[in-house]
Design a protein around this ligand. Structure first.
Ligand SMILES: NC(=O)c1ccc[n+]([C@@H]2O[C@H](COP(=O)([O-])OP(=O)(O)OC[C@H]3O[C@@H](n4cnc5c(N)ncnc54)[C@H](O)[C@@H]3O)[C@@H](O)[C@H]2O)c1
Length: 275
């Protein structure tokens, strides 16, 4: 979608972090916005802060009904939706053996099923007018695996696979709707506070969580790119119709190394940097 001015973007997780940064970047392009989030207070603050025509909608992406309601409300307000950013997400750290099934399932429900719900709720409408693009927020954790992040890895690899499948399906259907998958490395946002929404408010404990969580917090606090930097790359990616939006070029050699492990049938050997 070469031109964004005058068009309508819907962003899930629009109240904070990368979603809010995208809202500012799209507003600067002259787009109208629908910001959706589970956090009503954050949504109201975001709507105040963004310089654009904004509609807010409280929605939990784990509920398909909420996402259908979001699509209907967006179309009713603006007539159509051009850009959908399935961005809401949570992080979860912990060893597979330490995490309960509910703790694991919560990450899959938000990070993977939330994206699927967005696609199914909006894509039929977007295909009717064709001037449309979807951006699904995965992560470098959808291209590389880490210990202590199995639920997040499984969800984010799922987002990459789902997005690639939809890319091919849109080609088969000769649709002009574009699709991208966003795969940033660590950026400072509220992602490490994601437990605020965790049902039952428990987070996984255990030796693996104790090693991995602080290492990831430190990586994020040393992040070179800001959420605004990532949002600029999203705008560029949508305009250029790039499928893979990999924002941190430093990860590319690690991705190549992983792919070589597979090609050469080697055991996984990417350096995790966890000491
Ligand atoms: N921050 C990073 O380093 C990083 C790196 C790679 C990918 N990501 C991905 O970026 C996306 C945005 O995360 P962020 O870093 O901006 O974190 P964030 O916590 O600052 O923002 C996430 C937003 O999603 C909302 N949210 C959480 N659960 C929800 C639900 N069930 N329904 C609707 N909204 C919900 C939160 O209220 C919050 O406003 C996530 O998908 C995350 O996995 C983040």
């Amino acid at each position: 979608m070469r031109h964004l001015a005058g068009k309508v973007a819907v962003i899930t997780g629009g109240g904070s972090g990368l979603g809010l940064a995208m809202a500012h970047a799209f507003a600067a392009e002259g787009m109208a916005l629908v910001l959706a989030d589970i956090d009503e207070e954050a949504l109201e603050a975001a709507a105040e802060a963004v310089d654009a025509e904004v509609m807010t909608y409280v929605a939990d992406v784990t509920s398909y009904d909420y996402m259908v309601g979001l699509a209907a409300a967006s179309i009713s307000r603006f007539g159509h939706v051009n850009l959908l950013c399935n961005n809401a997400g949570v992080a979860g750290f912990g060893g597979v053996l330490d995490m309960t099934l509910d703790e694991f399932r919560w990450v899959i429900d938000v990070d993977l099923m939330g994206v699927l719900h967005g696609i199914k709720a909006f894509l039929p409408h977007m295909m009717t007018h064709g001037d449309a693009h979807i951006v699904n927020t995965a992560s470098v954790s959808g291209l590389l695996t880490q210990p202590g992040m199995s639920a997040y890895n499984a969800a984010k690899f799922g987002v990459v696979a789902l997005s690639e499948s939809v890319f091919y399906e849109l080609q088969l259907l000769k649709s002009s709707v574009g699709i991208s998958v966003l795969a940033p490395a660590w950026v400072q946002t509220r992602i490490f506070e994601a437990d605020r929404y965790r049902p039952g408010a428990t987070s996984p404990q255990g030796e693996i969580a104790e090693i991995v969580r602080p290492a990831m917090v430190e990586l994020a606090s040393n992040a070179r790119l800001t959420a605004d930097d990532v949002a600029v790359k999203v705008v560029e990616g949508v305009k250029a119709n790039h499928f893979y939006i990999v924002t941190h070029k430093g990860v590319l050699p690690f991705i190549k190394h992983r792919h070589e492990d597979i090609e050469m049938l080697r055991n996984p050997s990417v350096d995790q940097g966890l000491g």
